[in-house]
Design a binder for this molecule. Sequence first.
Ligand code: AMP
Length: 191
Amino acid sequence: MLNIVLFGPPGAGKGTQAYKLIEKYKLVHLSTGDILRAELAAKTKLGEEARKFMDKGELVPDEVVIGMIRKKLNDNSEANGFIFDGFPRTKEQAKALDVLLDESGNSITAMLALDVEHAELVKRLLNRGKNSGRADDQDISIIENRVIVYHNETKLLIDYYSEQGKFSSINGMGTIDEIFKRLCQKVDTFY
Ligand code: AMP
């Protein structure tokens, strides 16, 4: 099973690249942001609770997102592997993911971290906000807060996966196809 943590700050291109990777390698895409937005749209209790955090660019509590991932892993037990996009975002989440995968004798293969300059992140997010309708992509102060949260709470996961020899940095600047090629070169080494 190939289990990739696609990592990087908001706007790094994780979602875009995840869609291309799952198609090429026949993997399942697990984006906690997408799952949460579906809950918001369906106006579920979980969605209403999550909205309070998402509207400010803060992280939704660990137990909520870990519960969502547990369910998705169980629902997709026959998968060839997963692309984790936007998860894990804290050490608690990373540890929980290891435990969940271990229950079926699996583990994370690698963390591929997209490296993108700050100005480019903000540009991409504002641009996406024009079409996506996402409130958190349209307000510069929410965008900046999401990047701060990434630096304060999420970036430390680079150490977590480095210590396990699983971290790779991928240049995330350039065209979608250039970045995809770099990711594929790395993923191909795992087969
Ligand atoms: P994303 O689509 O990954 O940019 O996520 C959008 C928002 O959903 C984030 O700003 C958080 O509020 C929330 N979110 C998504 N994934 C997680 C996660 N793994 N842990 C906590 N909050 C999350």
